[in-house]
Design a protein around this ligand. Structure first.
Ligand code: ADP
Ligand code: MG
Length: 374
C-alpha cells in the first residue's frame, strides 16, 4: 500500500531513435509541490507532457489515485482536466475576454452553469490580483498578467494536479516575481503541483521536494535543503553550481573596470575556472560593456551575468535588453563587425535569444580542448 496520489513507474519515451525518458520512477503525495530542475533537453517537459497524455509514453505506467491513465483506452480529455497544465507561452484565447477565458472550460467541459462558472472565475481572478481586468482582452495585458490569467484558467478546471512548464521563462525579468508570487500562493493553499523551473531560489522556498533530472531519469531527489545544500551526486552539484552566477551591474558611465575584473577573478577562482577561460571572460565582459555604454542613457542600467557549467566546462556571459533597444551587434558597419570579431575571439558562439519584450545576448566561452589552434 502507498499513499501516493501519482505513481510513475519505469516511464520511457522515445521519439524515433531518440530516447528521451529512460525509466522515470516517482511517487507524489497529495498536496506536494515538486520542482523539476535539470539541464535543457534532459526530458523535463516530456515528463510533464506524458503525465497529462499530451505525449503517449513508449512504456511504463502512470497511476493517479488508483486509475492507470496509461492503460489503453484512457479518457485523455478527462485526464488533461485532472492534470491541467500551464504553458510557457500562456496559450490564452485572444478573441475572448479574460473572464471568458476562465469560464469557457468549466461551461463546455465541466457542464457548469453560467452563474457558477462566472462566480468561480471572478474569485480566481481576485486571487491572482486581476479582478479589475475581467473584461479586458489578453492583448491589453502585460506578459506577467497574461500568465497570471493562464494560471487562474488552469485552476478554474478544478484539477487534481497542476503542471507548470517553465511558467516564467518567456517573461521579462521584471515580471517574473508577480507570477512566482501567484504560484507560491497556490502552493500554500495545498494544491498538488509539479513545476519545471529554472528559478532556483523559488524552487528552494516554494517546494516540498526537488527532482533533479538528468538524461531522462530522476537522478536525485529530496527536500530542497538537501538537494541544494548537500547534493549527493557530483552531477547535481555541478548543475546547482552553474546556477550560481556572477552579476556585473552597470548604472553609471564611470565604470570601475578594476573592480569588475576583481569580481570576475574571485568568481573564476571559486569555481576553479581555468585561467584561459577566465581571461576570455574578462575580455568578453569588457567588450560587452564597451558596446552597451553608449546606450546607457536610454537603458539607465544593465546587468551582465556570468554562469559556469562544470558539466561541459562552458561559461555563458549574458545580458538582457529591452526589445526597443537596438542590438549593438546587429549593425552592418565596420565597427559592429569589429565588435563581433572581438567577442567571437573571446567566446566562440554569440547567440541572441528573443523573449516577449526583450532579448538576451549570450556569449558562450568554452574551454578549448587543446592549446593548439587550427
Ligand atoms: P527539457 O524540457 O528538459 O528541456 P524536453 O523534454 O523538451 O527537454 O526534450 C528532451 C529531448 O526530446 C530534446 O532532445 C528534444 O529535442 C526532444 N523532443 C522533445 N519533444 C520532441 C518531439 N515531439 N519530437 C522529437 N523530439 C522531441
Ligand atoms: Mg522544457
Amino acid at each position: 500500500m502507498t499513499d501516493a496520489m501519482i505513481r510513475i513507474e519505469d516511464l520511457h519515451k522515445q521519439f524515433g531513435d531518440l530516447r528521451v525518458l529512460n525509466g522515470v520512477d516517482a511517487d507524489i503525495r497529495k498536496g506536494e509541490v515538486i520542482s523539476i530542475i535539470g539541464p535543457s533537453g534532459c526530458g523535463k517537459s516530456t515528463m510533464l507532457r506524458c503525465l497529462n497524455l499530451l505525449e503517449q509514453p513508449t512504456s511504463g505506467r502512470i497511476v493517479i489515485e488508483g486509475e492507470e491513465i496509461t492503460a489503453p483506452g484512457a479518457d485523455a480529455p478527462r485526464i488533461r482536466q485532472r492534470m491541467n497544465m500551464v504553458f510557457q507561452s500562456f496559450n490564452l484565447f485572444d478573441h475572448l475576454t479574460v473572464l471568458e477565458n476562465l469560464t469557457i472550460g468549466p461551461l463546455q467541459l465541466l457542464g457548469k452553469s453560467e452563474s457558477e462558472a462566472r462566480k468561480k472565475a471572478l474569485e480566481l481572478l481576485h486571487t491572482v490580483g486581476l479582478a479589475e481586468r475581467a473584461n479586458h482582452l489578453p492583448s491589453e495585458l502585460s506578459g506577467g498578467q497574461k500568465q497570471r490569467v493562464a494560471i487562474a484558467r488552469c485552476v478554474a478546471m478544478d484539477p487534481d494536479v497542476i503542471l507548470l512548464d517553465e511558467p516564467t521563462s518567456a517573461l521579462d525579468p521584471t515580471m517574473v516575481s508577480e507570477v512566482l508570487a501567484v504560484i507560491r500562493n497556490l502552493a500554500r493553499q495545498g494544491l498538488t503541483m509539479l513545476m519545471v523551473t529554472h528559478e532556483m531560489e523559488f524552487a528552494r522556498d516554494a517546494s516540498s521536494r526537488i527532482f533533479f533530472m538528468h538524461e531522462g531519469r530522476i537522478h536525485e531527489q529530496g527536500p530542497p535543503d538537501q538537494v541544494f545544500d548537500h547534493p549527493q551526486s557530483p552531477l547535481t552539484r555541478a548543475f546547482i553550481q552553474r546556477v550560481r552566477s556572477h552579476v556585473v551591474s552597470i548604472d553609471s558611465p564611470d565604470v570601475d573596470i578594476f573592480a569588475i575584473h576583481g569580481g570576475l577573478e574571485g568568481f573564476c577562482e571559486k569555481h576553479l575556472i581555468t585561467r584561459d577561460v577566465a581571461l576570455r571572460l574578462d575580455l568578453a565582459t569588457e567588450e560587452l560593456i564597451a558596446l552597451l555604454l553608449p546606450g546607457l542613457e536610454s537603458l539607465k542600467q544593465f546587468e551582465l551575468r556570468a554562469e559556469y557549467s562544470e558539466t561541459d566546462r562552458s561559461l555563458v556571459l549574458s545580458v538582457n535588453l529591452p526589445a526597443s533597444f537596438d542590438n549593438p551587434l546587429d549593425g552592418t558597419d565596420i565597427e559592429s563587425e569589429l565588435n563581433r570579431q572581438v567577442l567571437a575571439q573571446a567566446g566562440g558562439e554569440i547567440d541572441v535569444v528573443r523573449r516577449e519584450t526583450s532579448y538576451d545576448i549570450q556569449v558562450t566561452i568554452r574551454q578549448q580542448p587543446s592549446a593548439q589552434q587550427a
